[in-house]
Design a protein around this ligand. Structure first.
Ligand SMILES: NC(=O)c1ccc[n+]([C@@H]2O[C@H](COP(=O)([O-])OP(=O)(O)OC[C@H]3O[C@@H](n4cnc5c(N)ncnc54)[C@H](OP(=O)(O)O)[C@@H]3O)[C@@H](O)[C@H]2O)c1
Length: 271
């Protein structure tokens, strides 16, 4: 089967932001392929073809991109949305745990990009949207490993964008703030908890849980993703929702000491 409609591949479309994005792209006129690690458990979404994909597996990534290309004859958009959180102090997170998280959040994105780019370059057309976070440009105590993974995505995406632009392909960043999904529940807890950090970790966990509960609806992020996908003159980065927009301005304009104090205050850290 080939199609005249543009085709979008959305990773991690089984829940949260990815699910809303898949639906929003269908509404915007795309043929959408959504993925999850076990899509037999996913409730069908109108207009979305679901395929199993684990972004940590090279074999799985190759098979899915091949299948989309064969079934639809084109891949116009890749939304790298699949991601996992990781809570706890930096010292409480083993290297193995941090590597596992990077394998999904960073190397998973790189695997997908390397696999779709030959198709997009051959078409001389394509757009890659990498889902970062406000933690791609802000520090977040007790989420250092996760913040590092999103900072990595920002540097990777901006650099990649310069390389592929000459081939008709763009790579863009979308930065959500706290969003009401299962993200926090699905986040890994520290695998080497230490008494020294326990009390403050619980406080930050509480702050995060409240922020996510009061956060944006996933549809707010989906709207920013559709804007990045469809903008005739794309911007390198799109913040999603008012809080993410304010955080970006604060990071750019606030004096370092004021910014530092604000991060400590928000996380109920002394001083
Ligand atoms: N929620 C927030 O506050 C927030 C804020 C900023 C950025 N983000 C980012 O937004 C993205 C989506 O998160 P969400 O909030 O929608 O959380 P979510 O509901 O937990 O969704 C995560 C998605 O990633 C998929 N996934 C996880 N590991 C995977 C793997 N190894 N291979 C393939 N898919 C995998 C999950 O699918 P299966 O489990 O079905 O495989 C699920 O569909 C993430 O990149 C996250 O870092 C979230």
């Amino acid at each position: 089967m080939t199609t005249d409609r543009p085709v979008a591949l959305v990773t991690g479309a089984s829940s949260g932001i990815g699910k809303e994005t898949a639906l929003a792209l269908v509404a915007a006129g795309f043929d959408v392929v959504g993925t999850g690690r076990d899509t037999s458990r996913v409730t069908p979404l109108g207009g979305v073809t679901f395929l199993d994909l684990d972004v940590v597996s090279e074999t799985s990534v190759t098979a899915v991109v091949q299948e989309v290309s064969e079934r639809f004859g084109r891949i116009d958009v890749l939304v790298n949305n699949a991601g996992v959180g990781s809570m706890g102090a930096a010292e409480e997170t083993s290297l193995a745990q941090a590597q596992g998280m990077f394998d999904t959040n960073v190397f998973g994105v790189m695997r997908m990009v390397n696999e779709v780019l030959p198709h997009m370059r051959a078409q001389r057309r394509g757009r890659i949207i990498n889902i970062s976070s406000v933690l791609g440009f802000l520090p977040q105590p007790y989420m250092a490993a996760y913040a590092a993974s999103k900072h990595a995505i920002e540097g990777y995406t901006e650099s990649l964008d310069h390389e592929i632009r000459d081939h008709g392909v763009r790579a863009l960043i979308v930065e959500p703030a706290y969003t009401r999904t299962g993200f926090e529940t699905n986040s890994a807890k520290p695998d080497t908890p230490l008494h020294a950090y326990a009390k403050q970790r619980q406080t930050v966990d509480r702050v995060m849980a409240e922020a996510v509960r009061d956060g944006d609806a996933p549809a707010v992020v989906a709207k920013a993703i559709v804007a990045a996908v469809t903008d005739p003159k794309p911007k390198p980065r799109y913040t999603a929702g008012p809080l993410a927009g304010r955080a970006r301005v604060l990071r750019r304009l606030a004096p370092a000491q004021v910014f530092d104090k604000q991060i400590r205050k928000m996380n109920k850290l002394a001083g």
